[in-house]
Write a protein that binds this ligand. Structure first.
Ligand SMILES: [Mn+2]
Length: 298
């Protein structure tokens, strides 16, 4: 007989101690908004699945690279959408600013990719230029899509307009077109492209990002191949493997200031495969951040 037990969210990495009692640098936040998705909705249900599909009965708290995260991460819950995107974006911007200002390293679960626009804006409070590394099938460089400058297809265009974004490096791109290529040229001094076609089996360290460079990592799950991540709204064949992305995180030499994993659409997922992958990538990123902060404290 199968006994049903309550799920242990996120592999057991979340602390159950209240926010006022713990000083955890690592925080998890759900951003359940999919209003800016250009075609299919469903990503608003992403954060809930990422928490619960990565169940502590099946997964443990140690990352692949051996970093122990038992009760190391404070789950701040979901930041709920407001009555309009403008209000939602403003609240995400202000709330993210207060996290960065307090010295937190936030790990966000989307939501569609538009949530990265206000989070990227909030990086301004860090007071230094920040590099963005973006895993994606799509360059998201449209000036606007369907007359909407806030579309999830415009994320990189909006970020590149910000003075505090030192560069964007995109990995896994396979849907570049004329209008987006014009944008890539316009921002060519701060824009780096590693298209899916030219991806090596083992991703090399990104030579233009110096060791210790402050990096915000944004992972659109459709950057991975649909074989690994079927639960996305806009799947494109020919993408990265789970192994390549995990290795990229583990072998980075950056100063990770924050990370998001976006575009999980549970309605299109298979056996929670993509939700578990999303959690796994965040888990590895959290381990990387913990390792880097403990080295700083020595
Ligand atoms: Mn995408």
């Amino acid at each position: 007989m199968q006994i049903s037990k309550p799920a242990i969210p996120f592999g057991g990495c979340f602390t159950t101690i209240s926010e006022t009692q713990i000083n955890s640098q690592l925080v998890f936040v759900g951003l359940p908004d999919d209003e800016q998705s250009s075609y299919r909705q469903g990503c608003a249900k992403g954060p809930e699945r990422i928490r619960n599909a990565y169940d502590g009965y099946c997964y443990n708290t140690t990352t692949e690279s051996g970093i122990e995260l038992t009760a190391a991460v404070l789950d701040l819950g979901d930041w709920l959408p407001q009555s309009s995107w403008e209000l939602t974006a403003q609240s995400y911007y202000e709330s993210a600013q207060s996290l960065f200002r307090a010295g937190k390293i936030p790990f966000f679960a989307g939501g569609d990719h538009a949530v990265t626009i206000p989070i990227g804006k909030a990086l301004d409070v860090l007071g230094e230029p920040i590099h963005v590394v973006q895993i994606d099938a799509h360059p998201d460089l449209y000036p606007e899509l369907d007359d909407n400058p806030n579309s999830h297809a415009c994320v990189a265009a909006r970020l590149l307009e910000l003075k505090h974004i030192a560069s964007i490096t995109q990995i896994g791109i396979r849907t570049m077109n004329k209008i987006q290529n014009q944008q890539a040229k316009r921002f060519s001094d701060r824009f780096h492209l590693v298209s899916a076609r030219e991806l090596p089996e083992q991703l090399e360290a990104l030579p233009h990002l110096e060791e210790g460079a402050p990096v915000y990592l944004t992972i659109d799950l459709d950057g991975l191949d649909p074989a690994f991540a079927p639960g996305v709204s806009h799947p494109v064949p020919g993408g990265l493997s789970s192994r390549q992305v995990l290795n990229l995180i583990q072998q980075a030499r950056w100063n990770l200031v924050g990370m998001d994993v976006v575009e999980l659409n549970p309605e299109r997922d298979v056996n929670d495969q993509t939700a578990i992958l999303a959690a796994r990538l965040l888990h590895e990123g959290m381990g990387y951040a913990l390792k880097q902060s403990s080295q700083c404290n020595i």
